[in-house]
Design a protein around this ligand. Structure first.
Ligand code: WQD
Length: 366
């Protein structure tokens, strides 16, 4: 059992509260109004950090800041800035004073869109990363957490996938930006900068905060599975298209490692704790963040219906281009070294997502 002596027990390694350290406890979250960023803001505030959000609101809403405040009672500082604008980034850092670390979420992340608009993805995802890393050096931060993805592994030779699995050629410009970003971080840290980096490779983040104050806010037709399931259950979509049931899996549909977004957020707290307390042993550390369990599309749909009692009509369609057959993570390194383990059962995650979808309907959002 991993304990930490914080105000709230986290599954982190044993530690004394950061505030025994004579250092800043302020963290910058780029893309902090986004799905994972907003949930991470809540968990950082719960852990006693001060949070500053940079977000250009290109794929999120400023009202997310209100939702965060309703959950924690603390309003994060918010700058509506684009991290590709280095001047704006530096101005915000100067205004905020000492910063302990940054978590860089801000990026375009739609696989399909990246095929249509590759230059937007390379420009946005890579120049924002480079600006944030230079700011981390120039403003003497201790830690840099990068939001990466299991996409870097491509179609793995086997699952579960650990951090030493080969990095396969990316299957989309989006995935390529994640691979190139990891290389940029490695090369820049090799120059002897003053901060350490932790690269978190997420499997499939899903769910919503149990309070239904924040959750996923897909714009237009959802690309990802669970938001589409929720909108079908709500009657917004006529039926769910299941992309393929002829894969070499038990029920023929693709398998993924679906990780609860609050579990994922807590892993970021553990990663930051590790770096700002000077515990990271390597200049760069890599962690797979998943549950270690593979769940098929049809299993997820049926579990959703069991968890919510709501029907989800679906139709089997052909395979979606670019989909891989199966992938799930080996979170062993995150469990032992980072002191983090996924806790939320899938049924609870799905019920949280449905509660959030219901709240959006009550608010007339969708
Ligand atoms: C999951 C499964 C689909 C929608 C992507 C990114 C990854 C990460 C998560 C950012 C697949 C099937 C989906 C639908 C379906 N994003 N599906 N009907 O593609 O595994 O991963 O999002 O980090 O980087 O690549 O997630 O939710 O789109 O698909 O049958 O309407 O659900 O075919 O098998 P994916 P997904």
């Amino acid at each position: 059992m991993f304990l930490c002596f914080r105000k709230k027990a986290y599954l982190c390694s044993i530690e004394t509260p950061y505030n025994n350290y004579n250092m800043a406890n302020k963290i910058v979250l780029t893309g902090g109004c986004g799905f994972i960023g907003s949930h991470t803001c809540v968990e950082l505030q719960n852990a006693g950090y001060d949070v500053v959000i940079f977000d250009n609101l290109s794929n999120s809403e400023a009202s997310v800041v209100d939702g965060i405040e309703r959950i924690t009672g603390k309003r994060p500082a918010f700058y509506q800035i684009d991290c590709t604008n280095k001047g704006d980034v530096y101005q915000a850092f100067q205004k905020e004073g000492p910063i302990a670390g940054v978590i860089h979420f801000a990026a375009s992340k739609a696989v399909g869109e990246s095929v249509q608009k590759p230059l937007l993805y390379y420009r946005n995802n890579l120049s924002s990363l480079m600006n944030m890393m230079e700011a981390a050096e120039d403003f003497h931060l201790k830690g840099f957490v990068f939001s990466s993805s299991c996409t870097v592994y491509g179609e793995p030779d086997q699952s579960p996938v650990d951090e030493n699995a080969p990095i396969k050629p990316a299957t989309s410009p989006y995935g390529n930006t994640k691979q190139i970003a990891e290389e940029i971080i490695k090369d820049y840290l090799h120059t002897g900068v003053g901060f350490n980096a932790i690269i978190l490779r997420y499997f499939n983040p899903i769910g919503a905060h149990p309070t239904a104050e924040i959750g996923e806010l897909p714009r237009g037709v959802p690309q990802n599975l669970l938001p589409y399931v929720c909108q079908t259950a709500m009657g917004i979509r006529k039926e769910l298209n299941v992309f393929g049931n002829d894969y070499n899996t038990p029920d023929g549909s693709c398998i993924r490692d679906y990780i609860d977004v609050t579990d994922l957020a807590k892993a970021h707290v553990c990663a930051l704790d590790r770096m700002v307390q000077g515990k990271s042993e390597e200049k760069i550390e890599y962690y797979n963040l998943g549950t270690g369990n593979g769940v098929s599309v049809l299993e997820l749909v049926n579990t959703f219906m069991e968890a919510t009692g709501v029907n989800v009509p679906y139709v089997i369609k052909g395979r979606r281009e670019g989909d891989i057959e199966k992938i799930w993570g080996n979170p062993g390194r995150a469990n032992t070294v980072l002191g983090w383990k996924a806790q939320v059962p899938l049924k609870e995650t799905l019920a949280n997502a449905w509660r959030w979808q219901t709240r959006l309907r009550e608010k007339g959002v969708m």
